[in-house]
Design a protein around this ligand. Structure first.
Ligand SMILES: [Zn+2]
Ligand SMILES: [Zn+2]
Length: 154
C-alpha cells in the first residue's frame, strides 16, 4: 500500500512510493520542519479512487495535499501556521526554479528543422506544478520550444 503521511506541524504531505528512496527517518520526522509525521493509514489512491468522473478525480489529484491537510493537519494542536507558510513558500520557490531550469536563456534559438526564428516556448508550468510530485508528465516533457512555422517541437 502506498500509504500517505503528513506532518502535523507544517502540513508536508508525502507517501511511501514517492519517498521510498529517502532516508527512512522521514516516517517519524518531517524532512521540512522536523515536526512529527502522522501515518494516515490511507492509501494515496483512495483519495481519488472514490470519485467516478475523470473531472472529479483530476481535481482530487490536483488538490491532494489540500485534502489531506484538511483531514489531518489543520486544526490539530501541533499545527503551526508560520511553519506551514514557510514550507509553502519554499515549495513555490522550488517550482519557480524548476520552471527557470526548463527555459534556457534566449540566444536567438532557431528551429532545427526549418531555421525559422518564429518560436514559442513550451511552458511546463501546469504540468510541473500540478503533477511534479507524482511523476506524471505529458508528451512535451523535456521539450522547450515549438516552431510556429513548421510545428516541430524540441
Ligand atoms: Zn513539517
Ligand atoms: Zn520549423
Amino acid at each position: 500500500m502506498d500509504q500517505v503521511y503528513c506532518c502535523l506541524t507544517c502540513g508536508f504531505v508525502t507517501s511511501d512510493e514517492i519517498i521510498d528512496c529517502m532516508d527512512p527517518s522521514w516516517r517519524k520526522k518531517c524532512p521540512e520542519c522536523k515536526g512529527k509525521m502522522l501515518a494516515t493509514g490511507r492509501d494515496r489512491e483512495s483519495y481519488w479512487n472514490c470519485y467516478d468522473t475523470p473531472e472529479e478525480r483530476s481535481d482530487a489529484i490536483v488538490n491532494f495535499e489540500e485534502i489531506v491537510c484538511k483531514e489531518f493537519v489543520y486544526g490539530n494542536p501541533q499545527f503551526n501556521q508560520k511553519k506551514y507558510e514557510k514550507r509553502e513558500q519554499k515549495d513555490q520557490e522550488r517550482i519557480a526554479r524548476n520552471i527557470a531550469g526548463l527555459s534556457p536563456l534566449d540566444n536567438h534559438p532557431k528551429c532545427p528543422t526549418c531555421g525559422s526564428e518564429n518560436l514559442s516556448r513550451i511552458s511546463g508550468i501546469g504540468t510541473i506544478s500540478i503533477f511534479g510530485n507524482f511523476g506524471i508528465t505529458n508528451g512535451d516533457a523535456g521539450k522547450t520550444f515549438k516552431c510556429n512555422n513548421c510545428g516541430y517541437r524540441w
